[in-house]
Design a protein around this ligand. Structure first.
Ligand code: CAA
Length: 387
């Protein structure tokens, strides 16, 4: 087993780090305080090839792989988790399913400009009454000739306000349950499609989280992604990949907070020596470093399985579960190491703490990841993934 990045993966990692430190770090606190979507740096992410890393270059992407995506995403999240989720949703939940299930005509319109970062996509699955129970969709798409007429509402859609196209999941045959769900690519500006509101959140304040409403919204049948009834599988497969991205985001948040805690522990003195030399603080740092490394390795494993074309759903659930829990614990401890200074904005760890919380919730809560893992364990699936 070789734990080495290829030259290309290292190059993308270094480029992402340089970009994050040089261009995102100077604005990260301001965009958080002002809840401001960072249009300029998101455009730059597109120019640098970060918005479609694993999409072939013929379809507007960078033609790299999921491991490169993960290491780049960690670098971005280490500095700003809002940028990381904007990037993750566009790569994993939008571009990946359009690449996998789209026709060439759909890829031309709905993938190329998104993988190159000229436009942004979003993924609209969750509804006010369908979060963890994702197949309980109430949004309807009724076929009328060459169109589908959409009615319903989607909640907590990352990039929902800024995206020019939404990948929307709807019931086309309620009687068939999860097999009666279909996926549609719906363009902003289509009559009957409105962004009803943008949420005011605890963290990730520079990314937009919107409610989308569809009222008699007529969508051409040519915009259906995959066959009728395939929507739930498309959503679940996209989330398998998306969870690798969120795991990488969580690793980045944890790594960023840890670096600040380590630096502070070396600078701040108490009882005549740096606080890092007190065993109580030293052990906290040791636990943080160990958990971050374990989370990173689980994330890279899931990414490598995906790149090899092997089953990776359980590995991505494990990575997301462990990385999210690690991000929450590490950011909590990073505040503790800073004491009172950790609780004020100047030292930034409170932003990391607020941003970490959502990683335990979106793209499947930690409890849902345990459900996915437990089902695989009981079915013997984890062994299969190891082969
Ligand atoms: N890949 C492909 N197909 C899958 C699949 C996967 N990973 N998981 C399930 N399926 C298929 C099943 O095989 C089954 O099909 P068959 O009947 O043909 O076998 C069908 O889908 C139904 O599967 P289940 O019976 O397992 O479905 P369920 O109702 O029990 O739900 C669940 C399973 C794991 C709980 C699922 O509902 C789930 O993941 N819930 C969490 C949803 C989620 O992550 N939401 C986040 C939304 S995005 C977001 O957070 C906002 C954002 O913008 C970032």
């Amino acid at each position: 087993m070789r734990l080495e990045l290829t030259d290309e993966q290292q190059m993308i990692q270094a480029m992402a780090r340089e970009f994050a430190e040089g261009e995102i770090a100077p604005i990260a606190d301001d965009i958080d305080r002002e809840s401001r979507f960072p249009h300029g740096t998101v455009k730059r992410m597109g120019e640098l090839g970060l918005m479609g890393i694993a999409v072939p270059d013929g379809w507007g992407g960078s033609g790299s792989d999921t491991v490169a995506y993960v290491v780049a995403l960690e670098e971005i999240a280490r500095v700003c988790a809002s940028h990381a989720v904007i990037m993750s949703v566009n790569n994993s939940l939008y571009c990946d399913p359009v690449l996998k299930y789209g026709t060439d005509a759909q890829r031309e319109r709905f993938l190329k400009p998104f993988a190159s970062g000229q436009e942004i996509g979003c993924f609209a699955l969750t509804e006010p009454q369908a979060g963890s129970d994702a197949s309980n969709q109430a949004t309807l798409a009724a076929r009328e000739g060459g169109h589908y007429v959409l009615n319903g509402r989607k909640a907590f859609v990352t990039n929902g306000r800024e995206a020019s196209v939404a990948l929307v999941f709807c019931q086309t045959d309620r009687a068939r349950g999860s097999h009666g769900i279909s996926a549609f690519l719906v363009e902003k500006g289509t009559p009957g499609f409105v962004v009803a509101k943008t949420e005011d959140k605890l963290g990730l304040k520079a990314s937009d989280t919107a409610e989308l409403v569809f009222e008699d919204c007529r969508v051409p049948a040519a915009n259906r992604l995959g066959d009728e009834g395939m929507g739930f599988k498309i959503a679940m497969a996209a989330l398998d990949g998306g969870r690798i991205g969120i795991a990488a985001q969580a690793v980045g948040i944890a790594a960023g907070a840890f670096e600040k805690a380590r630096r502070y522990a070396k600078e701040r003195t108490s009882f005549g020596k740096p606080i890092g030399e007190h065993q109580m603080v030293a052990w906290m740092l040791a636990d943080m470093a160990t958990a971050i490394d374990a989370a990173r390795l689980l994330t890279l494993k899931a990414a490598a399985l995906k790149d090899r074309g092997e089953r990776f759903g359980t590995a991505s659930a494990m990575a997301k579960l462990f990385a999210a829990e690690t991000a929450m614990r590490v950011t909590t401890d990073a505040i503790q190491v800073h004491g009172g200074y950790g609780y004020i904005k100047e030292y930034q760890v409170e932003r990391y703490f607020r941003d970490a919380k959502i990683t335990q919730i979106y793209e499947g809560t930690s409890q849902i990841q345990k459900l996915v893992i437990a089902r695989a364990v009981l079915a013997g699936g984890v062994r299969e993934e190891r082969r």
